[in-house]
Design a protein around this ligand. Structure first.
Ligand SMILES: [Mn+2]
Length: 466
């Protein structure tokens, strides 16, 4: 937890931005795995609740009555039975004091507060819920059916939260640096373990253990696969095979729930072969290009398409693409190879504030998303960068046999893709390189004092020496 003043200051700013009404921020409840008392472990608090109320306990709701300038932390104190089984925790009153909230109340008070506000026709601001239990709670409190809750969520509140959480303060950057230390440990461990015969699951399990032992948890389910072309490939029981590439996309959350998110692609044999090196070098060039141009005022949309053009140019040199580069990119032909966007905002959520909808986080009135074109519709961030933004830089090239067959059959982008040559890459897999960028006064820098090796020479040297 940060200092009390941090939370007091954040709520004061939020009140200024939202202006009037009552803000209700729901914390998460423990989520049952197979029985109500057997919750998934570890408990994950809602990030926005954590941001404004700081308490990492289940069963809490934060209420900010802007018009009456009254803040209340709501939750039920634990009973003697709970203490017997789980040990003592602070009272809700104490938890409120720790984050500078003057009032506390039991959960039943929330119904009274909401009823009173509804009677007075006051605006009740809440965020789009993403858990079923909270949807039921909102239904009980406000009478809004779960199907209508996303549309009924407060746009003023969403905009205010995004405006604040998009800009990382110094104390948040320190936390992100701590997460990067864990990410470094995880990735270098994966690279050390990347040897023929070791299974994907064995490595992924070891990485989860590192995250759990130093931080809170992994920042998202680890992607670790010799089938790097499967975007969210989960680790299998398959042993690693010499000649293949292992794609590992993973990160940790610190105990204060700030994330890291990196990807490395490692040759199982310890050396890239010629074909792998050619593709890897393109991804490496795209990764470094993005970091060389990202700065305040630049649209991430332009950085993304700059990468797409560079990738297309280089794939043309290899004979995998053809035709005019600008026309190819405009047609979305590059998405045969890079099916996703160049990066996303990162913070307390690995895709920061994804629950508030990426259109509200990564875009604005000036830069709107393209939801129609394959590939471009996966770009989560397009808006102009600002100092304090934290974004991932994660270009990738994938050879997805089903996608190759699909486009070939329909003739999609046939004027820009050499399908005959592409056919010979169906056994390749995929390559991604990902690091986390902090936008600074006049440019950007990678988060993490130690950069996980990614230049081909450094990767091979690291494997040889470890
Ligand atoms: Mn990412």
């Amino acid at each position: 937890m940060f200092n009390t003043e941090t939370y007091v200051g954040r709520r004061a700013e939020l009140k200024k931005l939202v202006k009037s009404g009552i803000i209700v921020l729901f914390g998460n409840n423990s989520s049952p795995a197979n029985f109500p008392n057997n919750g998934y472990y570890p408990f994950r608090q809602d990030s926005t609740f954590l941001y404004y109320f700081g308490q990492n306990h289940d069963g809490l709701v934060g209420v900010i009555d802007i018009d009456n300038d009254k803040e209340t932390l709501i939750g039920d104190d634990i009973s003697i039975d709970d203490i017997v089984w789980y040990g003592s925790v602070d009272s809700v009153h104490d938890m409120a004091q720790q984050v500078g909230v003057a009032n506390s109340a039991p959960m039943k008070a929330l119904k009274t507060i909401c009823n009173e506000a509804l009677r007075q026709k006051r605006k009740i601001h809440f965020l789009p819920p993403y858990r079923a239990d909270i949807k039921i709670q909102i239904f009980d409190l406000l009478g809004i059916h779960p199907n209508q809750q996303k549309e009924s969520a407060s746009m003023e509140l969403i905009k205010a939260v995004v405006k604040m959480r998009n800009i990382k303060t110094d104390e948040e950057i320190e936390e992100l640096e701590r997460a990067a230390v864990l990410g470094y440990k995880m990735h270098t461990t994966a690279m050390k373990m990347c040897r023929p015969g070791v299974t994907e699951k064995e490595i992924a399990g070891t990485l989860a253990g590192i995250a759990n032992s130093y931080g809170a948890m992994v920042s998202f389910p680890t992607i670790l696969s010799q089938h790097g072309e499967i975007q969210h490939g989960t680790p299998s029981e398959a042993p690693l095979v010499a000649g293949k590439l292992m794609l590992c996309d993973c990160g940790a959350e610190t105990i204060n729930n700030y994330c890291s998110d990196n990807t490395r692609t490692t040759p199982v044999s310890g050396h890239f072969d010629q074909r792998q090196l050619e593709i890897y070098s393109i991804v490496e060039a795209c990764h470094d290009y993005a970091a060389s141009v990202a700065k305040p005022g630049v649209k991430w949309w332009d950085v993304h398409f700059g990468v797409c053009r560079l990738m297309t140019e280089k794939l043309k040199e290899l004979g995998l693409m053809k035709g005019d580069t600008d026309e190819a990119v405009a047609a979305g032909a590059h998405a045969m190879f890079m099916v996703h966007g160049l990066g996303h905002m990162m913070g307390m959520d690995v895709h920061d504030m994804e629950s508030l909808d990426q259109i509200n986080v990564g875009f604005d009135e000036e830069v709107r998303p393209n939801l129609e074109q394959f590939g471009t519709n996966c770009l989560r961030l397009g808006r102009r960068l600002e100092k304090g933004f934290v974004v991932t830089d994660e270009p990738g090239i994938y050879f997805i046999p089903a996608l190759i067959d699909d486009w070939k059959a329909s003739g999609h982008c046939k004027e820009f893709i050499n399908f005959d040559k592409l056919e010979t890459y169906k056994d390749f897999g995929g390559i991604r390189i990902e690091d986390d960028l902090l936008i600074t006064d006049d440019g950007c820098r990678f988060i993490g004092k130690d950069i996980i090796p990614y230049h081909p020479k450094d990767v091979e040297e690291f494997i040889a020496n470890n």
